[in-house]
Design a binder for this molecule. Structure first.
Ligand code: AMP
Ligand code: ZN
Length: 474
């Protein structure tokens, strides 16, 4: 089946382009993940949420998406924290990978197809650096540091639209490390010698560790191949991180690295840049203490992913109200779809279900237009309004269910959970168990099994013991 095309704003060309995957029906996507030395903050959550939503939308359209997002688990900040706590850096990185995964689950972010960790990919990095040296794109300095020879890659600057000579002058401050042994101030580190108290790996050049940029080039190549469809991350990564990734990958592989580059705008707090020192800084965990993290997700999707977004109490309250409106409609539809009255659709309801598809198309058109989640949410609100104005106590169960299915399909694409499974109370569980025992006594094993399954579906595990039936929550 042909998949309808969508448009993506490509940072590389600064244009909205029609998306054409390398392989029909398949998408290879890489999203730069967090450095794991602390709990993730709400700024880190923005690329996670928006690109997870984009992935869900591509899957909804029928693409098979191979989605890779790394954890940077070797870095100065991780090492500093490990030294402060007197533990191995892997203790710090493993702790915060586990915490990050908890936050991701709470924000309903799907796990990536692969979540590689830099420290497990060192061999691939050594191979790529070796190739770059052989090809003349990298060189080894006196202390064993390996640098990328930036001017050897003629396309350098094509993503950030910077000119090498401007960089040499104006941007020099960004690029000064190791000045005395570099051939050119623009050259950047691929491999660096260990310092006292730092983790290190053997290499042909020195015992040391990789630079940050080489990680992503290598992990992307290993899990997605030399060429990928989409590479994404926050806009702060355009330069130098993504520019350097392009230089490394394209110089090594001799072909275009990623076809589309997507970058999310920054999340600010009270219209100021998030900064730890100024105290305007929130972790996802802190926000989760005040709000259901579905509200944070809704808030992030209420703006276009490329626009800057301001986090404030007022906007979070507005997001909470918006999400509540959708959830209330969903609960009402669920209630009506479970009523045992008129089951079949009336002619008018058939017509109305057809009409409701207008909002689905609006949603799709918005998402096809460079993942415009703000307009996609407006289409959901219009559907909610339509549902509220066409349902009453007397509608058929099929109509209520039809609208609910449509609403849930759209909110699922956004990763928003609008119907929470209600937790069973202890007494309800015990009543079900008594019902099951009675069925068994009456030798109605089909019914007894059905009750066991019904409980299992809600996370209640039964164990038949000599002392009777015991239960626990899974
Ligand atoms: P880091 O751990 O700093 O490498 O960041 C991980 C991801 O979060 C990258 O894609 C960053 O661009 C993104 N990011 C960090 N801070 C913010 C912010 N305030 N707003 C939006 N994205 C951010
Ligand atoms: Zn990266």
């Amino acid at each position: 089946m042909e998949i309808e095309t969508m448009k993506i704003y490509n940072t590389l060309t600064r244009k909205k382009e029609e998306f054409v995957p390398l392989e029909e029906g398949k998408v290879k996507m890489y999203v730069c993940g967090p450095t794991v030395y602390n709990l993730i903050h709400i700024g880190n959550a923005r690329p996670m949420i928006v690109f997870d939503t984009f992935r869900r939308y591509m899957e909804y359209k029928g693409y098979e998406v191979n989605y890779v997002s790394n954890f940077t688990d070797v870095d100065d900040k991780i090492i500093r924290k490990a030294n402060e706590e007197g533990v191995d850096p892997s203790v710090i990185s493993e702790r915060y990978i586990a915490e990050c995964k908890k936050d991701m689950a709470a924000m309903n972010i799907k796990p990536a197809t692969t979540h590689p960790k830099a420290t497990e990919e060192i061999d691939g990095m050594l191979d790529m650096i070796e190739t770059l040296i052989e090809k003349g794109n990298a060189y080894v300095a006196g202390d064993g540091t390996v640098y990328f020879r930036t001017r050897s890659f003629s396309d350098y600057g094509k993503l950030s639209h910077k000119n090498l000579d401007d960089l040499q002058g104006g941007m020099r401050s960004l690029l000064v490390s190791g000045e005395e042994q570099k051939e050119d101030p623009l050259d950047f580190v691929l491999w660096k010698p260990k310092k006292e108290g730092e983790p290190y790996w053997e290499s042909p050049w020195c015992e040391g560790r990789p630079g940050w940029h080489i990680e992503c080039s290598v992990m992307s190549k290993r899990y997605l191949g030399e060429q990928i469809d989409i590479h994404a991350g926050g806009e702060d990564l355009i330069f130098p991180h993504h520019e350097n990734e392009i230089a490394q990958s394209e110089a090594c592989n001799g072909k275009e690295f990623a076809h589309y580059w997507m970058h999310n705008g920054f999340l600010n707090i009270d219209n100021k840049k998030m900064s730890k020192s100024e105290g305007n800084f929130f972790t996802v965990r802190e926000v989760g203490e005040q709000y259901d993290l579905q509200v944070l997700r809704f808030f992030m999707l209420s703006a276009h992913y490329r626009s800057p977004l301001n986090f404030s109490k007022e906007l979070m309250e507005a997001a909470k109200n918006g999400l509540d409106r959708i959830c209330t409609c969903a609960q009402n539809l669920k209630y009506l779809s479970e009523q045992n009255k008129q089951k079949e659709l009336t002619e008018e309801e058939k017509e109305n279900l057809k009409k409701s598809q207008v909002y689905v198309r609006k949603f799709e058109d918005s998402m096809d237009d460079d993942c415009n989640t703000a307009d996609a949410l407006s289409a959901i609100f219009e559907l909610v309004k339509f549902a509220n104005s066409t349902v009453s106590e007397s509608v058929s169960t099929a109509y209520a269910k039809g609208l609910l299915d449509t609403l849930q399909t759209l909110t699922d694409v956004c990763g928003l959970i609008i119907l929470k499974e209600e937790e069973l109370l202890d007494e309800d569980i015990e009543a079900k168990i008594a019902e099951r025992q009675a069925a068994r006594k009456a030798k109605d094993f089909a019914k007894a099994d059905a009750i066991r399954k019904e409980l299992a579906d809600q996370g209640i595990i039964l164990e038949d013991t000599r002392e009777g039936v015991k239960w626990r929550r899974a």
